[in-house]
Design a protein. Sequence first.
Length: 355
Amino acid sequence: MSRNDAPPLPDELAKICTRMRLPYLRKAAPDVLATARAQRWDPAEVVRVLLQEEVVGRDAATRRMRRKSANFPTGKTFSSWRTEDSSIPVATQNALMTLEWVHRRKNLAVSGASGTGKTHFVEALAHAAIEVDLRVSWFTLETLTATIGKAKADGSVARAVAKICSCDLVVVDDIGMLPAGQDAAEAFYRVVDAAYERRSVAVTSNLHPSGFDSIMPKTLATATVDRLLHHAHLVATQGDSHRLAEAPCRKRSPTPPLINGSSCSITSRASRCGRSRSALTLGRRSGRTRGYGCSPRRDARQRRRAWRSATVRPDRPAPVDAPEPRRRPRRGRRYARKNRTSVGICKAASTASFG
């Protein structure tokens, strides 16, 4: 019997389910009761099925709440994980997927170059931990530093660290991407020290844990790495970046179109004449570039022609080489002053000779 055909619950029973906070039992009760009535179930079986529906609904709601409170970056799971493309050995992947290391309070450190699947793999492990009713908290080194810094302002650092370590798995992502100062090193040390042999800590970094002293103070780095790697699985990823391999810019561009049996050239007239486009732009201002600076209108026409020649026109053949534009003589103030001086000397000489 479908849900639409099942009779609704009596109002009194619905109020009791609401008061007892049994929303999933109240939702499944009409169908279960109709099926039990038709198949003559035992009363104990009816109660078991109704309570089972409530338990399943509450577990699903708890998982949704834990995913939301974990603050995952992208929501990637093992459904999008490609085992054969990863440089992590398959045996290591299968062993970590069992989450036995989380139940034994061991740590996980994944190091490698950017784009090799560190964050994706650890996030998928965190989602799998939530599916088996474990609690997870996700941080980057920057967000962890901000959280501890806010607690330090009101003197509740111990309470904040205890709240973070109340989860079964604490993930700190992207260590080493940016230089870590004293505050970041102190926050990271507090969490690792509080979770030591009590909770599992998973970190991802582009540096090996032995190189953490290059991004944070050496004393704190040594103490943190000593506690982190005491009971830990160390995984190193290798290879090229998966992001760059899937980027559209890595795909080969198509060949240029053929015009009249030959590939069309996209070189401009200015480049064929020995001048770059920057020279065309500067010629308008300085007036000292060859063939430019004589007339603004003439300069504009030549720039438009050079720009049009740089554009591929499928309906026209490729432009032929143009001759070098003829340079007109300059007529500036210095030339006019020199001309006036020479003309005045000639007039004075002629007046003196015929006077």
